[in-house]
Design a protein. Sequence first.
Length: 83
Amino acid sequence: RSGLSAMAGASARAVKELSLRDYKFYAKLVPLCFTVGACMEFFMIKTGFYDTVTKLEAEKIAESEAKREAFLDSIKTPKKDQK
């Protein structure tokens, strides 16, 4: 073998070893992250977090709609000074 092809072979082996090592790492990490995320979601559901957030968002939307309607009414209605 020439020096260049020997380096390429060694590089290919290093990539295979690295990818197997990475696979083992991610094979352990992914289930852990999934479990942590599922526990967080379960906690938020049981504590009423989503109910609270939904209520707050609905209030913000209602307030925004009220401001919009008031603005549109002020544009449509001519003022007394403009007659």
